[in-house]
Design a protein. Structure first.
Length: 255
């Protein structure tokens, strides 16, 4: 049975992959054409396995622009999943809370995004076999999936608010002035991923659910510095909740 649903796991959020039944794991290095990081040799893998009888594909490890990948390279995995037959993709990420209501540990459903990466994965000649030259992005994150995710959250006693995710290339964190700017233009969350994948998935006609795990208040919100260890630590603390939420969402997507 080929998977119809895929999950892309963000920084510090890899534990979901370990909970799949009968997992079959393939290293990205063994998949022809999968871009190899020139900057960081982090081992990514594709795992296909079961969640309560439903086959799911999981991308553990994604390509970020700050590693030196182009936006086109960053979406290779999404296009590969589409070729496998995947129709729905759940993109997870670690994010900074731009909206002061979103503190560490808050899970937020991405309602929309702002692309400040300075790159678009669809730049260049369009492959009309993949999708249209000018894809619509007016519901880039499928509303029915947000409703389904909210229902899954409610079953766990979890309120899942919605927010707008702004993507910046990084790798330096934002300055407090940049965070004030992001707040002014309507962002609630900030991160360094997800947007290229969402654009490519919409181009391919796939439906997207985006979930941000807020790992820290964005720069300048609190009188403290940001560090990657904190991001990983909060991701680790949230893993049980996120695993349970993802499992419930996958089951609902299939029922
Ligand atoms: N900024 C950008 N990316 C992030 C952050 C942040 O504060 N936290 C986790 N990923």
């Amino acid at each position: 049975m080929t998977p119809r649903v895929a999950v892309v796991l963000g920084s510090g959020l890899g534990a979901f992959a370990d909970t799949l039944d009968n997992p079959v794991s393939t290293s990205y290095a063994d998949i022809p054409g999968w871009p190899r990081s020139t900057a960081i040799g982090h081992a990514g893998k594709l795992i296909v396995g079961g969640v309560a009888g439903t086959q799911v594909a999981v991308l553990a490890g994604r390509a970020h622009l700050y590693e030196g990948y182009t936006a086109q390279q960053a979406v290779f995995g999404i296009r590969y999943l589409r070729k496998l037959g995947v129709e729905s993709v759940i993109l997870t990420n670690a994010a900074g809370g731009v909206n002061v209501k979103f503190g560490p540990g808050q899970l937020v459903l991405i309602a929309d995004h702002i692309n400040l990466l300075g790159q678009n994965p669809l730049t260049g000649p369009n492959d009309d076999l993949l999708g249209p030259r000018f894809p619509d992005m007016s519901e880039a994150y499928a509303k029915p999936y947000r409703e389904l995710a909210r229902a899954a959250g409610r079953e766990m006693g979890l309120e899942l608010p919605e927010g707008v995710y702004a993507a910046l290339p990084g790798p330096s964190y934002e300055t407090p002035a940049e965070i004030r700017y992001l707040r002014t233009i309507g962002a609630d969350l900030v991160g360094m991923s997800t947007v290229p994948e969402t654009i490519a998935a919409n181009h391919l006609g796939m439906k997207v659910l985006g979930i941000s795990c807020v790992t820290n208040a964005a720069a300048g919100v609190l009188d403290q510095k940001l560090n990657h260890a904190e991001v990983l630590e909060v991701g680790e603390r949230m893993k049980g909740t996120l695993i349970e939420l993802l499992r419930r969402i996958v089951c609902k997507m299939h029922s």
